[in-house]
Design a protein around this ligand. Sequence first.
Ligand code: ADP
Ligand code: MG
Length: 143
Amino acid sequence: MSKVQAHTTRSPEETERLGASFSAGLGAGAVVGLIGELGAGKTRFVRGMAMGLGSKGFVKSPSFTIVNIYEGGRLPLYHMDLYRIGRADEFYEAGLEEFIYGAGISVIEWADKLPSLMAGCTHIVRSRYGATEDERLIFIEII
Ligand code: ADP
Ligand code: MG
C-alpha cells in the first residue's frame, strides 16, 4: 500500500523547506518523480532537496544536457528535467538510466512523460497551483 502526504505551501521558500525535509528521509538509490504543470514549483522543490542534503552547488553533466549534478552533500543528487525531451526513448538511448541505478538520489521533473520511468520511481511528488498566487498543493507519495 502506498501512502500520500498532502502539503500546502504559501511561498517558494516554504516549498524549498518541504523539499529539504523530504530529502532527509531519502537513501541511496531513491528515484523521485516530479509531476505538475509549469510553475507548479517542481524546480523549487528540487532546490530545497539539494539544500537539505547539504549540497555545495551543481555542475552540468559533461555528457548529458538535461542533467544537473548537485555535489558535496550527504549523497549526490541527479536532477533531470524531461520537459524538452522529444521522443520518449531518447532518455534510454542517451544512457540516462546510469544515474537512476547509481548510488545517489535521482529526481526527475516531468517523469510522467515516460511511463516506464514512472514505474521505477520510489517516490512520486505531484504539485499543483492552489487557491492564491503563491499557494501550491504538494502531494508526496511513497511507493
Ligand atoms: P516548475 O519547475 O514546476 O515549472 P518552478 O519551481 O521553476 O516551477 O517555479 C515556480 C514559480 O512559482 C517560481 O517563480 C516561484 O517563485 C513561484 N512560486 C510562488 N509560490 C510558490 C510556492 N508556494 N512554491 C513554489 N513556487 C512558488
Ligand atoms: Mg522546473
